[in-house]
Design a protein around this ligand. Structure first.
Ligand code: PGA
Length: 254
C-alpha cells in the first residue's frame, strides 16, 4: 500500500511572518497524525525558519529548486547540500513554471542533472511533469510525458527511484481552477506507472508515489485521491491557507 503524500508548494509567496504562521498552523492542525506524508516547500529565504517551526513534527521540509553543482562561482544559486543543511528532505524539480517560462526554459537534460544532484545529496526529488492544453488537444499528452520522463529520469536505476516522487501537473490545470477530471487524472497516472514499470520494473512501479497537481482544493481532493493511481497531491494556491491545506490532508485520509 503506497502512503498518500501531500506537499504544499508555496511558490514565491509568504513573508517571514506569514511563513512562520502558516507552518505553525499546519503542524498544530496535523498533530501526530502520521497516516499521510506531508511536506511544505517555502521559498529559499524562509527554509531555515520554517524548518525550525517543523522540528519535531511529522511535517517535512522541501525546497522548490536547486542548482546541480556542488559549489563554486554560481552567483544566486543554491546547491543540494545547502538544502540538506537547512533540513530539507524534498526538492521540487521540473515544475512547469520553470520549464515553460521563456526566461527560465529548463530542459529535460538540465532537470535530469538536478535530479541526479538531489539524489546524490540524499534528497527526495518531486519531479513535475505535464502537458499544455494545446498538447492535450492535439493528442500528444502521452508523447510529451514520455519525453519528459525519459529525459528527466535518464541514468537512474531502481535504487535511485526509491527517492523519486512524480507529480503530474497538467499546465492547463495549474492556478486556473480547472483541475483534471478524475478520469483524466487516473488515465495519465496509470500511463506514468506503466512507463515506470517498463523502464524500472514492477517493484519500482508498485512503490512509486505519483501526486496529482493543478487546482487541487478541499472540494476535489477527496475523489481525486481515491483514484487507484493517484497517491497524493502537490498543492499550490490552497497550500497558502492552513485551513484549506489541512482540509486536503483530511480528504487524503477519507
Ligand atoms: P495550484 O498549483 O494548486 O495553485 O494550481 C499547483 C502547482 O503548481 O504546484
Amino acid at each position: 500500500m503506497r502512503p498518500k503524500f501531500v506537499a504544499g508548494n508555496w511558490k514565491m509567496h509568504t513573508t517571514a511572518a506569514t511563513a512562520r504562521q502558516l507552518a505553525s498552523a499546519v503542524v498544530r492542525g496535523l498533530g501526530a497524525d502520521g497516516r499521510v506524508v506531508v511536506a511544505v516547500c517555502p521559498p529559499f529565504p524562509y527554509l531555515a525558519l520554517v524548518g525550525d517551526v517543523l522540528r519535531g513534527s511529522s511535517v517535512a521540509l522541501g525546497a522548490q529548486n536547486l542548482y546541480p553543482e556542488e559549489e563554486g562561482a554560481f552567483t544566486g544559486e543554491v546547491n543540494p547540500a545547502m538544502l540538506v543543511d537547512v533540513g530539507c528532505k524534498y526538492v521540487i524539480l521540473g515544475h512547469s513554471e520553470r520549464r515553460r517560462k521563456p526566461e527560465l526554459a529548463e530542459t529535460d537534460a538540465f532537470i535530469n542533472r538536478k535530479v541526479h544532484a538531489a539524489l546524490a545529496a540524499g534528497l527526495h526529488a518531486i519531479l513535475c511533469l505535464g502537458e499544455t492544453l494545446e498538447e492535450r488537444k492535439s493528442g500528444q499528452t502521452e508523447a510529451v510525458l514520455k519525453a519528459q520522463l525519459a529525459g528527466s529520469l535518464a541514468g537512474l536505476d531502481p535504487a535511485h527511484m526509491a527517492r523519486v516522487v512524480l507529480a503530474y501537473e497538467p499546465v492547463w490545470a495549474i492556478g486556473t481552477g480547472h483541475s483534471a477530471t478524475l478520469e483524466q487524472a487516473q488515465q495519465v497516472h496509470a500511463f506514468l506507472r506503466r512507463w515506470i514499470r517498463e523502464i524500472f520494473g514492477e517493484e519500482t512501479a508498485a512503490a512509486i508515489v505519483i501526486q496529482d497537481g493543478g487546482s487541487v482544493n478541499p472540494d476535489n481532493a477527496g475523489a481525486l485521491l481515491r483514484q487507484p493511481d493517484v497517491d497524493g497531491a502537490l498543492i499550490g494556491g490552497a497550500s497558502l491557507n492552513a485551513e484549506q491545506f489541512l482540509a486536503i490532508l483530511r480528504a487524503a485520509l477519507s
